[in-house]
Design a protein around this ligand. Structure first.
Ligand code: C2E
Ligand code: MG
Ligand code: MG
Ligand code: MG
Length: 274
C-alpha cells in the first residue's frame, strides 16, 4: 500500500488497517471453530409460482451467529471461506444439515423442493458430485427434489471438472440453477452447455425495475432468453406488488422476495407449507 499521500490521516489509516486486519483474523478463527463444531445453521426463503402464488419450494440460506461476533452476513463470510479454503467443509456441513433435516420431514418433499447455494470452488473439486451423491443417498432422499444454485465465474468456461460434476449431479436427478444471472460473469454458452434448469435473475435488476428502464429491458430479455431455452426463470428480490405484476406480465415463472416471504427458520417454513 502507498500511504505517503495519506500522511495527514496516518493514525486513523493504520488504526483502521489494524482493526480491519484483526477483524478478518477473528472472523477466520471463529469461522474455523464454528464450522468444526457445526454451529452454522440455515433459514429458508419460500419460492413462489407467480401465476397462482403457491409455494413450490424454498431457497436454503446459510446463517451464522457467533458467540463473540454476533450475527455475521453470508455476504461477508462466504468470500472469506472461499479465500481460506474453509468453504469445502462449510458446504459439506451445510448439505449434511439440510439433508438430515429434510429426511426428518419426509412429507415436506412430497410437495416442496429445496434449493441450495454452492460455491464455484466446490464444483472445481474433482470428487464433489460423488460426495454429494453419497451424502444424499445415505439419507435416502431423492435428488430430484433438490436444486443446486451456482454463481458463474470465468473458471466455468470449458472446464472439464465443472462439467463432469454437473453432468453427474444431473444424471442423479439434481437440478441446476444459475444464480445472480446478469451481473458479473455470465455466459449464454454455459446456460446451454451446462443444461441449466433455472435462471435466477439477480435482485439488482428486479429491485430497480420500476425506476430504471434499462433494468426493465434486461429483465424482459432474460425472461425471454429463458423461455427460448425452456429454462425456468426465477426473479429474486421482489419487494413490491408492482414489481411482481410486471414480472408476471412478462411471464416470469417463479419469484422470491420480501414482498412475498422473508427468509425464515426451517420450523416456520414447515408451519407455512404444512
Ligand atoms: P443469493 O443466493 O443471491 O441469495 C439471495 C439473497 O437475497 C439472500 O441474502 C436473501 O436473504 C436476500 N433477499 C431475498 N429476498 C430479498 C428482497 O426482497 N430484498 C432484499 N434486499 N434481499 C432479499 P443472504 O441470505 O444474505 O445471502 C447472500 C448471499 O450469500 C447469497 O446470495 C449467496 O450467494 C450466499 N449464500 C447464502 N447461503 C449460502 C450457502 O449456503 N452457501 C454458499 N456458498 N453461499 C451462500
Ligand atoms: Mg441463491
Ligand atoms: Mg441470487
Ligand atoms: Mg445474490
Amino acid at each position: 500500500h502507498s500511504v505517503t499521500h495519506l500522511s495527514g490521516n496516518w493514525a486513523t489509516f493504520t488504526d483502521s488497517l489494524k482493526n480491519n486486519h484483526a477483524h478478518q483474523l477473528s472472523l477466520i478463527t471463529q469461522l474455523t471453530d464454528d464450522i468444526q463444531l457445526e454451529k452454522l445453521h440455515f433459514h429458508i426463503q419460500p419460492q413462489v409460482n407467480l401465476a397462482d402464488r403457491s409455494i413450490i419450494g424454498g431457497e436454503v440460506l446459510i446463517r451464522w451467529h457467533n458467540q463473540y461476533l454476533g450475527q455475521v452476513s453470508p455476504a461477508e463470510f462466504i468470500p472469506l471461506a472461499e479465500q481460506t479454503g474453509l468453504i469445502y467443509k462449510l458446504t459439506d456441513m451445510l448439505l449434511e444439515k439440510v439433508f438430515h433435516w429434510a429426511s426428518e420431514h419426509p412429507r415436506l418433499l412430497e410437495t416442496q423442493r429445496l434449493s441450495v447455494n454452492i460455491s464455484a470452488l466446490d464444483l472445481l473439486q474433482e470428487d464433489f458430485a460423488k460426495r454429494v451423491i453419497k451424502q444424499i443417498q445415505s439419507h435416502q432422499l431423492s435428488a430430484k427434489k433438490f436444486t443446486i444454485e451456482i454463481t458463474e465465474t470465468s473458471v466455468f468456461q470449458n472446464n472439464d471438472i465443472v462439467h463432469n460434476n454437473v453432468k453427474l449431479l444431473h444424471r442423479t436427478g439434481f437440478k441446476l440453477a444459475i444464480d445472480d444471472f446478469g451481473v458479473g460473469y455470465s455466459s449464454m454458452q454455459n446456460l446451454v452447455s451446462l443444461e441449466t434448469d433455472e435462471l435466477k435473475i439477480d435482485q439488482f435488476f428486479v429491485m430497480n425495475l420500476l425506476n430504471d428502464p434499462q433494468s426493465q429491458t434486461l429483465c424482459r430479455n432474460m425472461i425471454d432468453l429463458s423461455k427460448a431455452l425452456t429454462i425456468i426463470s426465477v426473479a429474486e428480490g421482489i419487494e413490491s406488488e408492482e414489481v411482481l405484476q410486471l414480472l408476471l406480465q412478462w411471464q416470469c415463472q417463479v419469484g422470491q422476495g420480501y414482498h412475498l416471504y422473508r427468509p425464515m427458520t426451517p420450523t416456520d417454513y414447515l408451519t407455512l407449507v404444512g
